[in-house]
Design a protein around this ligand. Structure first.
Ligand code: 1CP
Length: 362
């Protein structure tokens, strides 16, 4: 592993380990990207995935929110996307301006599986991601930890079959209800690719990891237990072993974010993750009760839409959230319940961050 500068701010790592902290650490899902004017400047006319693959530009974009909100954010998350695993498995994806990712040939029938690379060479096919992580660590110079991430297997199955974000989820439902055996084969292959990708991100310099199960909300409890949870568990179980094989000595905190799976919190707390990230469907006090005395750090969970409210409303909601998580001095990381939107004003986000510092330090 390359030698990097020592960390000047390790608040988020301490919070993820369950240590008492001076104030809860903060980062924001999609903190880099379209709401920041400097993102558009750095990206220019480049295609989205081309931007991710350019280590110089991707590292610059990763660090933008850290510099923009000077000292208010406690972690950087590498600028990339969850869809790079499908790319490694052989899918071609266009990023359509104003629409989002569109798969050129999504999977519609089991016969389409012959187009899928079930055992991608992650180190080779995603080499650009590792270069970008290493360069970002160097440029961060220990200011804050760098987070790596993957999309969870179920969420990636949604994109591979639907081909894009969806409202009805017709195709992925066809897969799980008509072709469950083949769905599981694919979920298993995605899981293995995810484990290797996470492990290699750590070797490249990632200091904490998050698994994004963004479409958990499309599954009911039984289906979540069949098509999502076993694979989330497998990631948490096998990743530490793979890290040991790769010579990583320290324990790397692992977060799971299963958006909409409120019913699964109890199970997620027993699934091998250090941190469980919550959307805004949970009342913090209730989530804390579900965790009980288990060694879990909760992350979340205000509706990012709060940023469209007045400064006073933002302050009030921040105060309530932190109080709901018991004051935030232990087992808590502040985040939104989902990502920022492109229309959000950076000044409003800055107000949110300052209020988190204010109420979190009390
Ligand atoms: O600051 C950061 O968080 C930067 C890195 C990042 C991450 C963690 C990006 C950049 N994307 C993601 C994860 C991601 N990508 C998720 C999981 C988190 C979530 O639920 O929001 C998902 C579902 C995606 C898929 C994706 N990529 C979408 C959603 C499509 C849909 O309708 O379902 C979109 C629009 C993208 C493109 C993308 N990824 C990232 C950015 C900044 C963008 C916008 C690209 C652009 O037009 O500039």
């Amino acid at each position: 592993m390359p030698e990097f500068a020592p960390l000047k701010n390790d608040l988020i790592l301490r919070a993820a380990r369950g240590e008492k902290v001076e104030r809860p650490p903060i980062w924001i899902m999609r903190q880099a990207g379209r709401y920041l004017p400097e993102y558009h400047e750095a990206k220019g006319k480049r295609d989205f995935f081309e931007t991710c693959r350019d280590a110089e530009v991707a590292s610059e974009i990763t660090i933008q929110p850290i510099e923009h909100f000077n000292g208010l954010i406690d972690a950087a998350i590498i600028f990339s996307d969850i869809l790079v695993i499908p790319q490694a498995m052989g899918f071609e994806i266009d990023m359509v301006e104003g629409k989002g990712p569109v798969f050129v040939s999504p999977l519609r029938y089991p016969a389409d599986l012959k187009r899928v690379n079930f055992k991608p060479d992650i180190l080779k096919s995603l080499d650009w991601a590792f270069k970008s992580i290493t360069l970002t660590r160097v440029k961060l110079d220990g200011r804050v930890p760098l987070l790596g991430f993957v999309g969870a297997p179920w969420t990636l199955l949604v994109y591979m079959t639907e081909g894009q974000g969806s409202k009805m989820f017709r195709f992925v439902k066809e897969w799980i209800y008509s072709y469950p055996k083949e769905s599981h084969q694919l979920l298993q292959a995605i899981t293995e690719a995810c484990i290797e990708f996470l492990a290699q991100q750590v070797v490249a310099g990632a200091q904490m990891l998050q698994v994004f199960e963004s479409w958990a909300s499309e599954l009911g409890p039984r289906e979540f237990n069949e098509f999502s949870l076993p694979y989330l568990r497998e990631i948490a179980e096998k990743l530490p072993k793979r890290l040991v094989e790769l010579g990583v000595k320290e324990k790397i905190p692992l977060t799971v974010f299963a958006k909409g799976a409120w019913y699964a919190l109890d199970d997620l707390c027993d699934s091998g993750y250090d941190t469980v990230s919550l959307d805004w469907l949970y009342k913090p006090e209730d989530a804390v009760k579900v965790v009980g005395n288990r060694r879990i750090t909760l992350q979340g969970n205000l509706d990012p839409g709060i940023i469209y409210g007045s400064d006073e409303t933002i302050s009030k909601k921040v105060e309530e959230m932190i109080a709901g998580f018991g004051g935030g001095k232990q087992n808590y990381i502040i985040n939104f319940g989902h990502g920022t939107h492109p229309f959000m004003k950076p000044e409003k986000i800055e107000h949110f961050l300052k209020e988190c510092h204010k109420f979190g330090s009390k």
